[in-house]
Design a protein around this ligand. Structure first.
Ligand code: AP5
Length: 225
């Protein structure tokens, strides 16, 4: 386990492995993984007002409105466990969210260390999403072929039952990919211009991708194009 401070964003389309890698990074650096998708799904399950407001967007593969999402991340980043750092998985996803995060970092005199863009080709992304199973309790992702649990349908970490995510059907996956292209992919040039972007090949097994991310975190930022 490392004790260094680290403020990282994981960027990339649905299914590239942000959640899988985010959990490993959080464990390695002993900082929280803040995954907006997990927060929405937990709120939907608990039927909180935020969960009820988010449900139609999440189920249809569209982005939840910025004001809801920014408010929840602001609140979460103020938590005492996030003061030494955090792994943001799935936030920011729009220009307005990126601007709000910049303002928040400025206000709290903190700085982002890097934005890791994970790259995987579309056919592999669809294969990963259509074979995904998720723990209904702790939301750890598994895959039928490439990351099966030790005991079928049971989470290795907490013993919860594994389920299929409501937005992992093919039609909704296509909507999510289109949302990413239209609203989130412009952030790649935004963070490249800010000198924070590091691009990592997300192909290969989970450990190989993890080693690439660790090495990207250690290396100097690539020159701005
Ligand atoms: P969210 O939960 O963030 O979904 P996503 O971005 O679509 O990403 P995924 O969770 O689908 O994929 P991932 O990259 O984490 O991949 P994973 O590690 O699971 O968001 C869901 C919804 O919430 C959004 O559509 C939106 O409605 C709302 N939302 C969330 N954030 C928002 C925001 N900021 N603003 C507005 N709305 C927001 O891996 C996928 C599969 O591949 C798994 O089965 C895994 O086991 C497998 N796998 C992982 N790595 C590998 C590997 N190297 N090799 C083989 N298999 C692998």
């Amino acid at each position: 386990m490392s004790t260094r401070e680290l403020r990282l964003i994981l960027l990339g389309p649905p299914g590239v492995g942000k959640g899988t890698q985010g959990r490993k990074l959080a464990q390695t650096f002993a900082i929280p993984e803040i995954a907006t998708g997990d927060i929405f799904r937990n709120a939907m399950k608990a039927r909180t007002p935020m969960g009820l407001a988010a449900k139609s967007y999440v189920d249809s593969g569209n982005l939840v409105p910025d004001d809801v999402t920014i408010g929840l991340v602001e609140e979460r980043l103020a938590g005492s466990d996030a003061q030494r750092g955090f792994i943001l998985d799935g936030f920011p996803r729009t220009a307005a969210q990126a601007t709000a995060l910049d303002a928040l970092m400025h206000k709290s005199s903190q700085r982002l260390d890097a934005v890791i863009e994970i790259n995987v080709q579309s056919p592999e992304v669809v294969r990963r999403l259509t074979g995904r199973r998720l723990c209904a309790i702790c939301q750890t992702p598994y895959h039928n072929d490439s990351a099966p649990p030790a005991v079928p349908d049971v989470c290795d970490r907490c013993g919860g039952v594994l389920v299929v995510r409501s937005d992992d059907d093919e039609a909704t996956v296509l909507t999510r990919l289109a949302e990413y292209e239209r609203k989130t992919s412009p952030l790649i040039s935004y963070y490249r211009a800010a000198g924070l972007l590091k691009v990592v090949d997300g192909n290969g097994d989970v450990e190989a991708v993890f080693r690439r991310i660790l090495s990207a975190i250690q290396s100097p930022v690539s020159p701005v194009a």
